[in-house]
Design a protein. Structure first.
Length: 318
């Protein structure tokens, strides 16, 4: 009877210490894993915000450069002399060299009646007819910075009036327009800087992206429900979770938005290895703890066993 009681006492003590050790180990590992996941998510948001800010600064510098280029081009005597010819074929041919000097992806000259008489693009993009339609739609120089979108091509365009003589005379010969295209090259440059993905949409239509076009509509739908939030958002696209930061390039007409995205799943891939490592550490800790608990239990319960045996022997004599 005494032997069974001692075994039962030792077992209870062993189980109590084992459960305590296992519980503390499990809680510690869960806290560590959660802390690491939160830190990864926080770092992802910070990196994304920094990438967006870097592109915004780059965009601002490029806009200033193109605006200055357009102003300098409008003041060239050769351009003013060319516009006085009022002969569209001559202007078209002679403006090719001016286009190369401009450094832009698009170069257009419009006369006093807003007719496009000279038009060039660095790569096949919008056509002369589409450019004419855009100029007709955006008649005037109320906004010297415009966005031209046609045929799936998007340009940010800067327009400057060409004056005959001093500007104070307000004798306008026409308008020079210089623009750069938001194309795959720009998207991949931003994606490389951000170490993520990029999607550019204009008026709800995809312009260029570094992800599968099939998920662009899902992205826009997800972002539309949180359109008032300026902070990066978590968006589930297919089987992958992205942290997405919207960057408004133009809030007028047409609306242009760039979405810069970083995959949370890819950034957290190491967590699966960390989870396995922590699980191994936890199991090892429990096993080692079990051995220590067994030794401790034997050390503490042996005197108790002897005490119980003494009490039982005393009762037997009584």
């Amino acid at each position: 009877m005494s032997r069974r009681s001692s075994i039962r006492l030792r077992t209870k003590f062993l189980i109590a210490l084992l459960l305590t050790s296992a519980g503390l180990t499990a809680v510690s590992l869960l806290i560590v894993q959660r802390s690491v996941e939160d830190q990864v998510h926080s770092n992802l948001r910070v990196d994304l915000a920094n990438s967006v800010e870097t592109f915004r600064n780059f965009q601002r510098e490029r806009e200033n450069s193109l605006a200055r280029s357009a102003e300098l081009m409008a003041d060239l005597p050769v351009l003013k002399a060319l516009m006085t010819s009022r002969h569209a074929p001559t202007i078209q041919d002679a403006s090719a060299e001016l286009f190369r000097l401009s450094g832009g992806d698009l170069f257009a000259l419009a006369d006093q009646s807003n007719q496009v008489v000279g038009f060039h693009t660095r790569t096949p993009g919008i056509t002369l007819e589409q450019a004419q339609e855009l100029r007709t739609h955006k008649n005037g120089l109320d906004d010297s910075r415009q966005w031209w979108f046609a045929g799936g091509h998007l340009y940010e365009v800067f327009l400057v009036p060409i004056f005959f003589g001093p500007k104070a005379n307000n004798s306008v010969l026409g308008t020079v327009a210089i623009g750069y295209e938001i194309n795959a090259t720009v998207a991949h440059e931003v994606a490389r800087v951000a170490a993520g993905q990029v999607v550019v949409v204009c008026s709800g239509k995809e312009v260029v992206s570094t992800i599968d076009s099939a998920v662009v509509d899902k992205l826009q739908q997800a972002m539309a429900t949180n359109s008032t939030s300026p902070r990066p958002l978590d968006v589930k696209l297919g089987q992958e979770t992205f942290v997405v930061a919207p960057l408004i390039l133009n809030d007028g007409e047409p609306p242009v938005t760039m979405y810069v995205m970083k995959s949370y799943d890819q950034a957290a891939q190491f967590l699966s290895h960390l989870r396995q490592f922590l699980l191994g550490v936890g199991l090892g800790a429990v096993l080692i703890g079990s051995l220590l608990v067994y030794v401790i239990a034997s050390t503490f319960t042996r005197p108790l066993e002897r005490l119980v045996e003494g009490v039982q022997i005393g009762r037997a004599h009584v």
